[in-house]
Design a protein around this ligand. Sequence first.
Ligand SMILES: [Zn+2]
Ligand SMILES: [Zn+2]
Length: 114
Amino acid sequence: MPCFRCGARQTDPVRGASPWRRGVRADRQVLICPGCQTAHDWADDLDRCAGCGTAALVCRLGEVECRDCGHTREAAPGDLVHSGAPPAVSSSEGDLSEEVAAALTRVLKRGPAH
Ligand SMILES: [Zn+2]
Ligand SMILES: [Zn+2]
């Protein structure tokens, strides 16, 4: 996951605590690179805990949890879930083939024209 501000990608995972910080933005887990953390307003773009106001939030399993005070709230449903209904199948095709079949039958029944 790249940094949400500058798009930098996390390189060489280091042992121990990562200098990258995690946050939640618009109910999505995001990462902030060490460089962007030096900006004084890096947390302004992040969601804040409703309980204590910190930006140290984690988003998981549809919940946003504050790592400082433990306050949790439901994350907004993400991508609008499509209904899953199959696309409406036009019946014209079936009707058309039936019409054609009926027309052929009529022609065949009529026999060769004289
Ligand atoms: Zn960055
Ligand atoms: Zn909190």
